[in-house]
Design a protein around this ligand. Sequence first.
Ligand SMILES: [Fe+2]
Length: 168
Amino acid sequence: MAKAATAPARTYPSSVGVPENNRQALISLLNLRLADSVDIHSQVKWAHWNVKGKDFYQLHLLFDSIATHLEDHVDTIAERVAALGGTANGTIRESAAKSSIPEADLNAADGPAMVKFLVHNVGHYTNALRTAVKEAEGLDDAVTVDLFTSITREMDKDLWFLEAHIQA
Ligand SMILES: [Fe+2]
């Protein structure tokens, strides 16, 4: 096994007018949710590739659409880190070391099993973002609050699209 990634917490001077005392905490918060985003993106993509069964095609497409949204969220969060003068720690290895997302159910194969594990893990991801809204509020950065709020709203919709399969 390769050595765990150890990313330096490098920051740069920034003219962005957030309270200086909060800047490092905002960067750390964003980097944690960035790690989650990279991780959950790879899990949804894995489900897109490997789902089997009678609903294969619609789930294959649904999972890909969610993965595309997650790819956008990765970029949005990473670029907010950089805009605040931080270093976006979003390589696969950094993300694997820092992610809070539960392990994917790599035994899942058919549609119901894939949907079940994705509802659980995408739900975890989305609710961690919801908590990040509150945390960013406490750090007095309305722009990061708005960023997390928008992503949470979009992920609530994707979570609904997944969960509707098991809400009968
Ligand atoms: Fe594909």
